[in-house]
Design a protein around this ligand. Structure first.
Ligand code: ATP
Length: 364
């Protein structure tokens, strides 16, 4: 933080639809800060992504990392393009590299449909869906310390890494989150402990840490069964904590249950830094057409304000986060704002305009 209440934000528009949703989100966040008072945002635009690689030969330049490190929070839109790849065929994923760089072990993926957005599940209890998937985000099957190997056209291998220090921090984070949420007060370990050593180890540590959190229930589910629970009775989930690759897959399922990728916000949180970004990628199929739904980006901005508020004791930032969320809910409440991804006509501009108008009406 600079001065009394100015939060420094590193802003990464990235690729594809990223740039289209970044500037209006920044304007909305500035507007809600001005409305609430008591804090302001000082933005540092940063270049990274596939376009940056083509222009400068690096997908995540050192200058961008340094700016991010010196900031109070990082807001990122979307990175990577399927046609821009390294020589070994992998896409560039600087958003994942930032997690390793800053030790952002806890990927927070709320699954909470916006009221008024057409429910994907027919069951009336679908209105009560409100849970969080906590995705371990720096090891598991993505662990950089154990990169995959390929032996010509004979075989290829990947290694899953589960370590005690990261597990302990991750599980404590998940249990604390269940305490703060004050909902069903339950954390579920989502794993595959019946087949893999690494997950048996994971689950042992999970129950060790569970013992430290009185009043919060702990249970477990195999990832395949849990995928069914997410569709058949998601209202029974509170906080689910899972491995990196499983979390990658389950968060897209969660996004689908909210109406699509354009509705799902996220945060990647470490001890000293945090990145906030929508769950979706750069969506090159709709880039440049004005069709991108910016709701996930706006809600990620609200998560950022919440985190900054809690970390820096700023009640105003927490109030601003709440106002922004209520503005999003008000914009969709009557069911008439139907985004393109759900077959409607509301594109990027229409959603921003509706949220901006609603923001002027909500208490801040
Ligand atoms: P990545 O691997 O980079 O996370 P992905 O494979 O999950 O990306 P996305 O870019 O998220 O792919 O897009 C998946 C689908 O969802 C695409 O059809 C895309 O058009 C759609 N989509 C993604 N984001 C949005 C959005 N904000 N608004 C509307 N549709 C979106």
């Amino acid at each position: 933080m600079t001065g009394t209440n100015t939060f420094r934000i590193a802003l990464f528009p990235g690729d594809g639809i990223g740039a289209e949703i970044t500037e209006p989100t920044r304007a909305l966040l500035d507007a809600v800060a001005a409305r609430t008072g008591g804090f302001s945002l000082d933005w540092s635009p940063c270049e990274a992504g596939a376009g940056c690689y083509l222009a400068h030969g690096s997908a995540l330049p050192r200058t961008a990392i340094d700016t991010a490190r010196a900031s109070d929070a990082i807001l990122l839109a979307a990175m990577g393009l399927p046609d821009v790849r390294y020589a070994d065929g992998r896409e560039m994923t600087p958003q994942i590299d930032l997690r390793f760089e800053f030790g952002l072990y806890a990927g927070v993926r709320p699954v909470k449909p916006v009221p008024g957005v057409r429910a994907v599940l027919a069951d009336p209890r679908a209105h009560d869906i409100d849970y969080v998937v906590v995705r371990e985000s720096i090891e598991g099957l993505f662990a950089p310390a154990a990169p995959g190997t390929r032996d010509g056209d004979r075989e290829a291998r990947e290694t899953m890494v589960i370590t005690r220090p990261v597990c302990e921090k991750l599980f404590d984070f998940a249990f604390r989150l269940a305490e703060e949420r004050g909902g069903l007060r339950k954390v579920t370990s989502v794993d595959k402990a019946n087949v893999f050593q690494a997950f048996a180890f994971w689950r042992d540590i999970f129950y060790e840490r569970a013992g430290r959190f009185e009043g919060i229930a702990a249970d477990h589910a195999y990832v395949d069964a849990f995928a069914m629970t997410m569709v058949q009775k998601p209202w029974e989930i509170d906080v689910a904590v899972t491995e990196n690759m499983f979390g990658d897959i389950l968060s897209d399922l969660g996004a689908a249950l909210m109406g699509g990728m354009g509705y799902a916000p996220s945060a990647d949180i470490g001890d000293d830094h945090a990145v906030f970004q929508p769950c979706h990628g750069s969506a090159p199929d709709i880039a440049g057409k004005g069709l991108a739904n910016p709701t996930a980006m706006i809600l990620s901005g609200a998560m950022m304000l919440d985190w900054l508020g809690a970390r820096h004791d700023s009640v105003e930032a927490v109030r601003a986060a709440s106002a922004l969320r209520r503005a999003v809910e008000a914009a969709f409440a009557d069911g008439r704002l139907v985004t393109c991804e759900l077959g409607g006509t509301a594109g990027t501009e229409a959603v921003f305009a509706a949220v901006e108008a609603a923001l002027a009406r909500v208490d801040a």
